[in-house]
Design a protein around this ligand. Structure first.
Ligand SMILES: *Cc1c(COP(=O)(O)O)cnc(C)c1O
Length: 412
């Protein structure tokens, strides 16, 4: 807990004296978090210039009130923010606490991904970029990116593993309808890990393109920028929680973690408030002992992947193992460096939910509250079964997305 007591508050446009203040996060100039080994920018020289330009553009945008005005305006009128905070009465009775759901599922395109896609697309436009590239697993980030590219009249290329193109055909059709080109990269792995490899490779050869990354992962400054754009989630909680619960802050905030962007957004403004327990839920797949899971923080070891040093699931020789989860959005062998640091320092409590527990939790929410959650979000809901609450506890579960894409998988 000690490290977190000194975290910086979110910066305003005119108070950025130190590098670490630029993101409202404990990150140093080289992109390492909280003095830990997690983070950094491990990229070939060819990409360093791109990252420097991105940092420069971000710095300028944060100091420009017009950027903030346009971002806020689009979040409100296009995305539909603020997303509601919903008091779940029947769930509250079941768990003996006051359970609230932060409804990111009600955003345009159905998940939190659009918050970041919009912010990064606005940055790309400031940089004079006309071609956006992105990676996607389940297709949620691909759809969000295709959407903002249509909005801004930009060319969009989405890299997606061949296996994912087959199993997520509805989202592939949406991306194409929005005018994006969907490409299977020519790499070994045919899921999300391969899609990121493909996007990074393409970017090396086409540095004029803008890489619109989909989670709080990758080389610095991406993880910090993504966390900052997603921080609108907890910014809204700062007023919604007191209004609805009468308490200044929640006792718990619970979020699922794939790369860690919706969790970063939900935790952001509570990082330096030790009274708020932050719970990160990762995918235990067929079980932690099965060898088939994506429980990076529970079972991983430090290593470098996709430009950043973080926790990775690896074999004894240090090779990254292909992860497994029923949820494509959590099926990633790493985790963003901020989440790795928060877990390692004890600021977050890390829980893991199996496929079965997530499916049960998703069906339960559907039957008890009339809300069909994404399979990813169902992992966060599964954590409610694992924590013993006090009756007065105010618990916020970040409902990161809606479950239309997953209805065929909610079978016990
Ligand atoms: C992509 C996705 C996730 C996982 O990504 P994070 O970066 O960890 O948030 C979680 N929920 C939904 C609905 C998603 O689409």
């Amino acid at each position: 807990m000690k490290e977190t007591a000194t975290l910086n508050p979110a910066p305003t446009a005119d108070t950025c004296p130190k590098a670490s203040r630029q993101f409202g996060l404990p990150v140093d100039n080289d992109g390492f978090y909280g003095g830990s080994l997690f983070g950094g920018a491990f990229v070939p020289d060819g990409l360093r210039k791109n990252l420097d330009e991105l940092m420069e553009a971000y710095r300028a945008a944060m100091a420009d009130p017009e950027f903030h005005r346009e971002f806020r305006h689009l979040l409100k009128t296009y995305v539909g923010r603020p997303s509601p905070l919903y008091y779940a009465r029947r769930l509250s009775e079941r768990y003996g606490a006051r359970i609230y759901l932060k409804r990111e599922d009600l955003n345009h395109t159905g998940a939190h991904k659009i918050n970041n896609a919009l912010g990064l697309a606005l940055l790309a436009r400031r940089m004079g970029k006309t071609h956006i590239i992105a990676e996607t697993g389940a297709g949620q980030h691909g759809v969000a990116t295709a959407t903002v590219c249509a909005l801004m009249g930009m060319r969009c290329t989405v890299f997606m593993g061949a296996e994912d193109i087959r199993r997520q055909s509805a989202n592939v059709k949406r991306m194409r309808m929005l005018g994006a080109e969907v490409v299977a990269p020519d790499v070994e792995c045919d899921t999300l890990m391969g899609a990121v490899d493909g996007a990074l490779q393409y970017w090396m050869n086409h540095p004029e393109a803008f890489y619109l990354i989909g989670s709080a992962v990758g080389p610095h400054p991406y993880p910090a920028i993504v966390a900052r754009f997603q921080s609108v989630i907890s910014e809204e909680l700062l007023t919604q929680v007191p209004e609805q619960s009468g308490k200044d802050s929640p006792d718990y905030v619970i979020a699922c973690v794939g790369g860690g962007s919706n969790a970063a957004g939900a935790f952001f403004h509570y990082l330096d408030n030790p009274a708020v327990k932050l719970v990160a839920v990762e995918a235990a797949g067929h079980g932690l002992d099965s060898g088939e899971h994506a429980a990076t923080m529970t079972c991983g070891a430090p290593g470098v992947l996709h430009g950043s040093r973080t926790l990775l699931i690896q074999d004894e020789e240090g090779n990254v193992i292909e992860p497994y989860s029923i949820s494509a959005g959590l099926d990633y062998p790493g985790v963003g460096p901020l989440q790795a640091f928060l877990a390692d320092s004890g600021r977050t409590q890390v829980l893991a939910a199996t496929d079965r527990e997530a499916v049960e939790a998703g069906i339960r929410l559907s039957r008890m509250e009339g809300i069909i959650p994404a399979m990813e979000s169902s992992h966060a809901l599964a954590a409610l079964e694992k924590i013993s609450f006090r009756p007065d506890d105010v618990v916020v579960v970040n409902l990161s997305g809606r479950g239309d894409k997953d209805v065929d998988r909610f079978v016990l």
